[in-house]
Design a protein around this ligand. Structure first.
Ligand code: PGA
Length: 241
């Protein structure tokens, strides 16, 4: 698969910042291999651009009386192509477990969304050599009952929780080993070679080093994605622009 860069803006930026961001991005030659995920509130501003757009979270339900939620069918009807699912902040602060994440993935796939599934271990799990076990459990449970054809619309993002927003990044060897492990688990489940992104403190300074990892399908960028010059530099490196 061709490499992609995903910008996870999280709950940042206000309308004027968004307008400036879009103006700046209009000046840059973008591609559909760049996926912008703003707050859902601002998604309509990003429609019909030469880059792709994604939502940061979707409901696990079809539609109806679920106050504050956004249905995958609504997301689809707006022309949004991707959804992040299972980000560690959703798991941690909103108590999303693997069962609900699995439901979200299935619901999103049924509405033609490409899913960016985030998985990763805590510092404590890493220190206790539990990383592989944690990742295996997340993959097996999150991807339960999803058939091989649909799995082709899923991208896994390996995001060590201890690396998100901290400036700490695993070594390339560590990332490479884990990507290979993730691929082997999904291959065991469904005999496919799943694309894997790395996320966690990726920035314009460390991207050249991270991009050397051969089995990497791209990166998921939080903090550095809020600044057009920084994300543009990351795109230049990863997408060979
Ligand atoms: P960060 O966030 O780049 O700010 O570490 C990454 C993420 O949470 O997706």
């Amino acid at each position: 698969m061709e490499k992609i860069v995903v910008a996870n803006m999280k709950m940042n930026l206000k309308i004027n910042d968004i307008k400036n961001y879009i103006e700046e991005m209009n000046k840059i030659q973008c591609t559909k291999r760049f996926v912008v995920c703003p707050s859902s509130l601002y998604l309509p501003y990003f429609i019909n651009k030469d880059y792709a757009i994604g939502i940061q979270n979707i409901s696990s339900n079809e539609e109806g009386a679920y106050t504050g939620e956004v249905a995958p069918s609504q997301v689809e009807s707006l022309g949004v192509e991707y959804s992040i699912v299972g980000h560690s902040e959703r798991r941690q602060y909103y108590f999303e477990d693997d069962e609900v994440i699995n439901k979200k993935i299935i619901c999103g796939l049924n509405h033609n969304l490409k899913i960016i599934l985030c998985i990763g271990e805590t510092k404590e799990e890493k220190d206790n050599n539990l990383t592989n076990e944690k990742l295996r459990n997340q993959l097996v449970n999150d991807l339960k009952s999803i058939d091989r054809g649909q799995l082709e619309n899923i991208i896994v993002a390996y995001e060590p929780i201890w690396s998100i927003g901290t400036g700490l990044v695993p070594t390339n060897t560590e990332i490479e080993e884990i990507i290979k492990y993730i691929k082997s688990i999904v291959n065991e489940i469904a005999s496919i070679d799943i694309p894997v992104l790395y996320g966690g403190s990726v920035n314009e300074k460390n991207i050249e080093e991270i991009n050397k990892i051969e089995c990497l399908t791209g990166v998921l960028v939080g903090g550095a994605s809020l600044v057009p010059e920084k994300i543009n530099k990351i795109m230049e490196v990863v997408l060979n622009k």
